[in-house]
Design a protein around this ligand. Structure first.
Ligand code: MTE
Ligand code: MO
Length: 561
């Protein structure tokens, strides 16, 4: 009983100190995230593991969590809890080792060791200190190995090679803060001055040593050497750290993407050009980058003879073009609104690739972003004159959420290829998989022709003989919209719709069709598009995973007599 009690006390104080030190570490991480854009462990872990979730499970996981945003929040919370638990475990082990160093059995070893190599022992770190150094080092090295691919992430937009170093240092500082706080709290809670003095004087008087050591050990064995009043102070500091990190977390979450990720635009008030603040948004991030245009650079690297790095001002001097282009997410179901249209201004990617003098054997471009996101597509697509490095959207500099200062625009392919906050274009000699591609999306990212109803409101009944204006959007990727047809009899007959807004070859079209319901009852309506190359929207449905939805948007209209 007398032997176990101090160990239990050490364990309890160790868990407590470990939690406080972990809160300190978390506070450091949040400060670094806030002031220097250094990604938190939560973000890095999420980005490291999200691409490993198979595409077919990803959707299930999202609905299980209650949405993409909820899944992201769950991820952040799990890592935060993991951090505190790891910190608590480290604290417990550290305090137990310190306790054992003081316990009677430890004293015996001390006496033993002292007799042989007394003077050296004073300088060698104790087992507990060695453990703490090893624990912090292992955490950092583990993080380096585990998170290596996502270390080049920087919310302020540092170029990848710099970002990797900054993130590695940020994690080191955070983990060291944990170690230092834990070591300090241990000494603060249970000062251990006597044994040290004892060791120093050990060489001179062996008897004095034995007596003093006995006293120290006696104090240790009943656990009374923990100073309860200081425990209260440490507890108060822990509460303070919790408040500070909570405050920082709240500030960061005000800036989070939860407010707008998944924004859709659809319905009766659909406009030909989507205003920037209504343009759909999809982002993998919990908090989107807020790029400092001063530190931002664009690199063209890989299989090139003249690798180049360019700042924003230089990109601004290059020949830019304006281009109307519709973007659509691969996860957009047939009737959904993850699709929008804007007029973009940008420099053709081919201009930069050409001036970097590509070598033979280039297969793809791997485009990387400051948020650690990347995606790839064929060099042929990259060299098309409509593949742009866009800087402006509807006459304004790109909004932050749409990729400020520069994003890619890859017409014809699903939106994930249009990398936002782009920072590097690497020419590669083999197929490299992008963020979502690793989940198993694709391999074909060409958008098939599609169309949907945006109005009227089909929840309300219509009247026999009274005209109804059916209308909606149609999209032929980079092949234009040639024809839109509507059926009001469940597919028996198709009639052409009017293209009120034909758009560009790279954009959607807005169509309408005047319908005069002839009979009461339920009518099954559908719409289909034919693109500029004669491909007709397929009636056969296809799920969103893995190559995007296909099929007709079918609606049921109630007609009253
Ligand atoms: N860097 C980066 N680029 C990205 C993404 C991202 O999460 N990070 N999401 C992609 C996806 S899945 C889509 S559909 C489009 C959405 O672009 P938007 O939000 O401007 O509409 O951006 C793509 N580019
Ligand atoms: Mo997407």
């Amino acid at each position: 009983m007398r032997g176990r009690k101090p160990l239990i006390t050490a364990l309890v104080f160790g868990l407590f100190a470990g939690v406080v030190a972990a809160l300190g570490m978390t506070t450091v991480m949040l400060v670094l995230r806030t002031v220097a854009g250094i990604p938190t462990a939560s973000e890095l872990v999420g980005d490291r593991f999200a691409p490993l979730i198979p595409a077919r499970d990803f959707g299930g996981l999202i609905s299980w969590a209650g949405g993409y945003n909820e899944l992201k929040q769950l991820g952040v919370l799990s890592v935060l809890i993991g951090q505190v638990l790891t910190g608590a475990i480290g604290g417990a082990i550290y305090f137990l080792l310190r306790q054992l160093e003081q316990a009677p059995s430890g004293r015996a070893r001390d006496a033993d060791g002292r007799s042989r190599k007394g003077p050296i022992r004073g300088r060698r770190p104790s087992a507990s200190t060695a453990f703490l150094i090893a624990f912090v080092s292992a955490l950092w090295l583990g993080a380096m190995v585990l998170l290596w691919p996502v270390l080049p992430t920087s919310a302020i937009g540092l170029p990848p090679s710099t970002a990797r170093i900054v993130t590695a240092l940020g994690l080191l500082v955070s983990f060291m803060a944990y170690g230092l706080i834990l070591a300090f709290v241990a000494r603060f809670l249970a000062p251990r001055s006597r044994p040290t003095q004892v060791e120093a004087s050990a060489a001179t008087t062996a008897t004095a040593t034995a007596t003093a050591s006995d006293a120290a050990a006696d104090a240790a064995t009943d656990g009374s050497r923990y100073l309860p009043r200081r425990g209260v102070l440490v507890g108060a500091a822990g509460v303070g750290l919790l408040a500070v990190s909570g405050g920082l977390l709240r500030r960061l979450s005000d800036d989070a993407t939860f407010a707008y990720d998944g924004l859709q635009v659809r319905g009766p008030d659909i406009e030909p050009i989507t205003p920037n603040d209504r343009f759909y948004v999809v982002t993998k991030n919990v908090i989107d980058p807020d790029v400092d245009p001063g530190v931002w650079r664009l690199g063209v690297t890989g299989l090139v003879d003249r690798p180049l790095t360019m700042d924003l001002a230089t990109l601004g001097t290059m020949q830019a073009i304006e281009q109307e282009t519709t973007l659509m997410c691969i996860s957009n179901s047939i009737s959904a609104g993850l699709m929008s249209n804007a007029i973009w201004r940008g420099v053709p990617l081919s201009t930069l690739i050409d001036s970097a003098a590509p070598r033979g054997g280039v297969v793809e471009v791997l485009c990387k972003s400051v948020d650690g996101y990347s995606d790839s597509f064929s060099i042929a697509k990259a060299l098309e004159p409509t593949t742009l490095l866009a800087t402006h959207m509807n006459g304004e500099p790109l909004p932050r959420r749409h990729g400020f200062p520069v994003r890619l625009l890859v017409p014809g392919l699903y939106g994930e290829k249009s990398v936002k906050w782009i920072t590097e274009v690497e020419l590669v000699g083999e197929d490299v998989k992008g963020f979502y591609e690793q989940q198993g999306w694709g391999p074909d990212f060409v958008i098939p022709p599609r169309s949907r109803f945006d109005g009227p409101d089909f929840r309300k009944p219509f009247k026999v003989g009274q005209p109804v204006r059916l209308h909606g959007t149609a999209f032929g990727a980079d092949r234009g919209v040639e024809l839109v047809e509507v059926t009001v009899d469940g597919g028996t007959t198709w009639q052409p719709a009017r293209l009120d807004y034909p758009g560009s070859r790279l954009s959607w079209a807005l169509w309408s069709f005047d319908w005069r319901p002839a009979a009461a009852g339920e009518a099954r309506l559908a719409v289909r598009a034919t693109d500029g190359e004669g491909n007709v929207q397929d009636a056969r449905g296809r799920p969103v995973v893995p190559e995007g939805a296909r099929g007709h948007h079918v609606v049921t209209a109630m007609v009253r007599a």
